[in-house]
Write a protein that binds this ligand. Sequence first.
Ligand SMILES: *[C@@H]1O[C@H](CO)[C@@H](O)[C@H](O)[C@H]1NC(C)=O
Ligand SMILES: *[C@@H]1O[C@H](CO)[C@@H](O)[C@H](O)[C@H]1NC(C)=O
Ligand SMILES: *[C@@H]1O[C@H](CO)[C@@H](O)[C@H](O)[C@H]1NC(C)=O
Ligand SMILES: *[C@H]1O[C@H](CO)[C@@H](O)[C@H](O)[C@H]1NC(C)=O
Length: 391
Amino acid sequence: MVTLPLTALWVTIILGLNVALHVEGHYSESHRDVQEVLVKQDSKLQPKVFIIGMFGAEGETWHGIDEFNLLEQNTTVPGFSSLYPDAHCTLDGSICQLVTGSGEINAIASLSALLYSDLFDLRTTYFLIAGIAGINPKKATIGSVTFPLYAVHVGLQFEIDAREIPPHFTTGYIPQGARSPDQFPPTIYGTEVYELNDNLRRKAMEFAQTGQLADDERSRTYRSLYANSPEYTPAAAPPTIVACDTATSDQFWTGKLLGEATENYTKLLTNGSGEYCTTQQEDNATLEALVRAAVRGKADFSRVVVLRTGSNFDRPCPEQSASDNLFHDLTGYASAIMNIRLAGVPIVMGILDDWEATFARGIRADNYVGDILGSLGPRPGFRQRKVGDEL
Ligand SMILES: *[C@@H]1O[C@H](CO)[C@@H](O)[C@H](O)[C@H]1NC(C)=O
Ligand SMILES: *[C@@H]1O[C@H](CO)[C@@H](O)[C@H](O)[C@H]1NC(C)=O
Ligand SMILES: *[C@@H]1O[C@H](CO)[C@@H](O)[C@H](O)[C@H]1NC(C)=O
Ligand SMILES: *[C@H]1O[C@H](CO)[C@@H](O)[C@H](O)[C@H]1NC(C)=O
């Protein structure tokens, strides 16, 4: 992860923040003017739902189904990944889909391209970020479909190799700017935590409950290995719909200790309320692009749902080594890919069927919705300190 010496890192952080603040204000203003002058709103596609997948299979799972056909209309969007250059839409444009490419960099580049493209009007669009993930056996099992309230950026931390950590440290990950693993990060980049619309999440889960989830023999056999450990009870049960939070890191990690460190960090950043449950490589990047677009009125951040299905356990079962778990193939992969669609189609149809009466005007949020900086409104409830206190 971070390899710069500490002093160089600090200089980078401070310069980076200043440059980012100045450039952002300037760029966005002029960009908005250009958009307003040049673009006729009525020439744009105005989807009601935009499905976001991260790699090919997460996109293809939605194809060849009875309910809708996303391959009726392809639109090449400048700035999309060369692997997935097109947005796919139904003929009437009410449902669209893109595949971003995996990892934080692809996610944010593709989303930004979409959000600032003059081909779409996304101001009333619901975004369904739907992909597979590593799953915490304390919370759910492979094949389960999870819906986070919080997305936490665990990749954004200091790291010391485990063999060189101070004897009293429980992990080699340390929040940025902190002096110990349990200290709230004094250095905030702004992408550390996102909180989503809880009322919308609950509606999405109700829709998802009506889907029949897939399961298979390999998954059943593998999850039975977790049955003897009381703390892993959810891992041994069949897949279900679960409300629990997600963590983003480009690093694909495995292990009991990194799992616990991620649980701790999620709690630390969310004032104790986040329940770390899935690990994936994109969501905070995707959400950051959506927050920035929402600041400029180009998208509505209260219309975002994240759905992550478990493809593999984030840590070994008892008696198994971390590397055995990591190098084992993703046992739950087939049902995880299938369950994106089996839980996701009812969400898409639920939004479309109740568009006029309910979804067109939006689902009012009763919780804080936005990022750790409060970019979209008041200060988040999960923040313990004001931004700027620390710098
Ligand atoms: C859209 O692209 C897909 C391949 O990505 C293709 O199968 C489909 O036929 C295309 N649809 C149209 C209308 O050209
Ligand atoms: C997580 O936090 C608990 C409680 O503070 C601590 O006992 C445990 O060692 C921590 N785990 C890791 C891996 O940091
Ligand atoms: C953080 O949690 C504590 C204890 O649960 C609570 O009293 C406090 O109000 C919370 N802080 C914020 C900003 O929500
Ligand atoms: C990443 O996004 C999730 C919501 O999907 C949020 O719970 C988490 O706090 C975010 N993490 C960071 C570091 O931004």
